[in-house]
Design a protein around this ligand. Structure first.
Ligand SMILES: NC(=O)c1ccc[n+]([C@@H]2O[C@H](COP(=O)([O-])OP(=O)(O)OC[C@H]3O[C@@H](n4cnc5c(N)ncnc54)[C@H](OP(=O)(O)O)[C@@H]3O)[C@@H](O)[C@H]2O)c1
Length: 198
């Protein structure tokens, strides 16, 4: 399975390291183009390749590791999100002070789902810092928990299989509307907890 990563910052790279270790093929992209990622790809090793955002978006599964404010640009870049499995680790905060974005009372992932019309969205991998996400998922005799939620059963099963394969413990927080509120930072109860499943 090929995983396309859009966004090569802390979260994109931490996720890339974990899936590469488990043998997945990865194409990682950013706003500056593949050439700017030569060193990153060398450090990541494994089956990592730098590509354009379009190449990443063509993969079987897309990991959308960009800041909230950059989402509309990316959403508009492609006309056909329908049927794509997209993992959303986005926290709806706005630089420079990282206060919560105006969401009109909705969970941020509901808005992401609306922007990526027809995508099979799964919110996951948003509750840890890049350091913790990139660390070994084995701790204290158990496995670190990754929460995930979404409305499409097939997409959730695919994301759960990735979570299992890279050594974390997946915990299903339900449908997008309910789960995204639990997982959302700021405001939800789950971000920042380092939970281990024994
Ligand atoms: N950092 C955390 O502690 C943390 C924890 C959990 C979740 N998150 C969430 O995860 C997401 C990524 O966070 P991060 O800390 O990794 O962010 P980051 O370090 O700021 O990296 C963002 C990446 O997005 C890329 N990007 C921006 N606009 C783009 C575009 N139009 N097309 C393609 N790529 C574009 C940037 O590429 P260029 O550099 O080339 O512009 C950069 O590689 C955010 O939504 C954040 O809320 C962060």
């Amino acid at each position: 399975m090929k995983i396309g990563i859009i966004g090569s910052g802390g979260i994109g790279q931490a996720f890339a390291r974990q899936v590469l270790k488990a043998g997945y093929e990865v194409v990682i992209s950013n706003s500056r183009g593949a050439d700017s990622l030569a060193d990153v790809v060398k450090q990541l090793g494994g089956k990592a390749k730098a590509g354009s955002v379009g190449e990443a978006a063509a993969a079987d599964v897309i990991f959308l590791a960009v800041q909230w404010i950059h989402l509309p640009t990316i959403a508009k870049q492609f006309s056909n999100w329908a049927g794509k499995i997209v993992i959303d680790p986005i926290n709806p905060v706005v630089p420079p002070d990282y206060k919560i974005a105006a969401l009109g009372g909705r969970a941020s992932s509901e808005i992401v789902q609306e922007m990526l019309a027809g995508a099979k969205l799964v919110k996951a991998f948003n509750t840890y810092t890049p350091q913790l996400l990139g660390a070994s998922p084995e701790e204290a005799g158990g496995r670190r928990v990754i929460f995930y939620c979404g409305d499409d059963a097939e997409a959730k099963a695919v994301v759960k299989s990735i979570i299992d394969k890279i050594g974390f413990a997946g915990v299903d927080t339900g449908a997008l509307k309910e789960g995204a509120y639990l997982q959302q930072y700021p405001g939800g109860p789950l971000p920042g907890l380092n939970l281990i499943k024994l």
